[in-house]
Design a protein around this ligand. Structure first.
Ligand code: C2O
Ligand code: CU
Ligand code: CU
Length: 527
């Protein structure tokens, strides 16, 4: 670890000192300890894998989740019982072509609805916020999974309550399998739950009882609510033992607002990794990188080869320091530097602000024979969307006082600012204002391909992996794309579907505080 990073980390970790009999909490001097075993799901209980083969019910309710190394916290989850086993927030495992028949039973004391993030489904099945169900009510979903294999997820989309409910627990993975995924897992002898690991990154805050806290002040509502520690699979300061072989990591940024600049470090040196998939499944071929940004809602699948390490070696997953570019919109010209972001972070009451260096997870390599394997050169086939007849549409992201906007709009359930025709293709030219902050933009119901990324800050341009300025997280099939201040991103969307009638979806910022503060618009796909 470089000295600067170490100091950054140290500054972010609280220690308790006593002073004249008073206990003071300050934020100095302590290295990451990685003293909690990474939570991995068992065969039942929290986040266990459930491959449903019959209709089932997900009960949204409040429970108590044990946090590794901590006490239990009140937690919102989706509970179900299948074949006598209890599941909370099950990792749903499906295959392309499967039917999902599930009923949401709202046992919360407020409205909620489930959205299937990344899935191509009719508007009625999508979990649009207008479908939010009252306490005691139910919503039945029934649809066919037509997406490619990949790492998707499901989470609450309650109108104006998404951020809090997601922060308090209502989210989990939805993994879709297909032949390409089978081929890869066979070639590398990977197994879900041991060498193929779903890992959700979430920053959280806890109070002194160890209970999750979600209390954004107006400034945090505007900028995003940042936690003061990052949990992986709800494990703070997580450590995980690995074999000397290739592992597949399915990384999901399930934070409400925090962006990660992911990198691996061993003894302070960068450890390259291969990106094999993004939001909508496998890439055409693997891409080796040393780092990648991951914004809220996005997924990144990577292969890490621990065969070259010796037993006892440690490989750490970090989020490297970066300029969060936050605060420009609030402060006007010239206010976009790191210093302003830092000042903003402190004003927001955070021990850590966006862009702070963070240690997320430590892999400890086990003793034993190294298993070497050849990563296949071809993973899948990605057909570029044919945009010859595509209509071009401009989307501007900017802000009015204390309000982020999309094309000057704030969310109004009765307005439909974007109307497209079914079975057509469109190119959306999304521009983020210069004086703005990063916005991870997400569309429901359809996947897209990123065509071009331009105009961004140097540290983003430096990450380009091709002549079109794309970063590694832009490759393949996407449903969420990050826009830095000043950037223009062109995406191609294929609105082909075979559903009856008009379909209503949303396009919104996946900074969930922004979403709840109405940085969202309806999208109608006209029959
Ligand atoms: Cu995961 Cu509308 O979002
Ligand atoms: Cu979504
Ligand atoms: Cu945003």
């Amino acid at each position: 670890m470089k000295r600067r990073q170490f100091l950054g980390l140290a500054a972010a970790l609280p220690v308790v000192t006593t002073f004249g009999g008073w206990t003071l909490f300050n934020h100095a001097v302590s290295a990451p300890r990685f003293d909690n075993t990474l939570f991995l799901p068992g065969s039942d209980g929290p986040f266990a894998v459930l491959a449903p083969d019959a209709p089932f019910t997900l009960v949204a309710e409040q429970g108590w989740l044990p946090v590794p190394g901590r006490s239990e916290t009140p937690f919102l989850w989706y509970r179900t019982q299948v074949n006598g086993a209890d599941y909370q927030n099950p990792i749903l495992l499906l295959r392309t072509g499967d039917e999902l028949d599930v009923t949401l039973d709202n046992q919360l004391d407020e409205g909620t609805i489930i959205h299937w993030h990344g899935l191509h489904v009719p508007g009625r099945e999508d979990g649009h916020p207008i479908h939010t169900v009252d306490p005691g009510d139910q919503y039945e979903y029934r649809f066919k999974v037509t997406n490619r294999g990949g790492t998707y997820w499901y989470h609450t989309h309650a109108h104006h309550r998404t951020a809090r409910q997601a922060h308090q627990g209502l989210a989990s993975f939805l993994l879709v399998g297909d032949d390409d995924n089978d081929a890869l897992n066979e070639a590398l002898d990977l197994e879900l739950g041991s060498t193929d690991l779903p890992l959700v990154l979430q920053d959280k805050r806890f109070d002194r009882l160890g209970h999750l806290v979600y209390q954004p002040n107006p400034m945090q509502g505007m900028m995003g609510y940042l936690g003061d520690e990052v949990l992986v699979n709800m494990t703070p300061s997580a450590r995980h033992e690995v074999e000397r072989r290739i592992h597949r990591l399915r990384l999901l940024n399930g934070s409400t607002a925090r962006i990660y600049r992911l990198a691996l470090r061993a003894d302070g040196d960068a450890v390259p990794f291969r990106v094999i998939g993004t939001d909508g499944g496998l890439l055409g071929s693997p891409r080796e990188v040393k780092e990648a940004f991951l914004s809220p809602g996005e997924r990144l699948e990577v292969l890490v080869d621990f065969a070259a390490f010796a037993g006892g070696d440690r490989v750490e997953l970090h989020s490297l320091e970066f300029d969060p570019m936050a605060g420009g919109g609030m402060m006007g010209r010239g206010g976009m530097g790191r210093g302003m972001g830092g000042g903003m972070g402190r004003m927001m009451g955070g021990a850590m602000h966006d862009g702070d260096p963070l240690a997320l997870l430590e892999f400890v390599v086990r003793e034993g024979e190294a298993v070497t394997a050849r990563v296949p050169e071809r993973l899948s086939r990605i057909e570029p969307i044919d945009i010859t007849d595509a209509r071009e549409r401009d989307i501007r992201l900017d802000m009015a006082p204390m309000q982020w906007r999309i094309n000057g709009e704030v969310y109004d359930p009765d307005r439909v600012p974007i109307e497209v025709d079914a079975n057509t293709k469109e190119v959306w030219v999304i521009r983020n204002a210069d004086h703005s902050m990063p916005h991870p933009m997400h569309i429901h119901g359809f996947s897209f391909q990123v065509l071009l990324r331009s105009g961004g800050p140097d540290f983003v341009r430096e990450q380009a992996v091709n002549d079109d300025g794309l970063t590694v997280a832009d490759l393949g099939w996407k449903d969420t794309v990050l826009l830095w201040p000043g950037e223009t991103v062109r995406i191609a969307i294929d609105f082909t579907h075979d559903y009856d009638g008009d379909q209503l979806y949303v396009f919104h910022c996946h900074n969930l505080e922004h979403e709840d503060n109405d940085m969202m618009v309806n999208v109608r796909v006209r029959a």
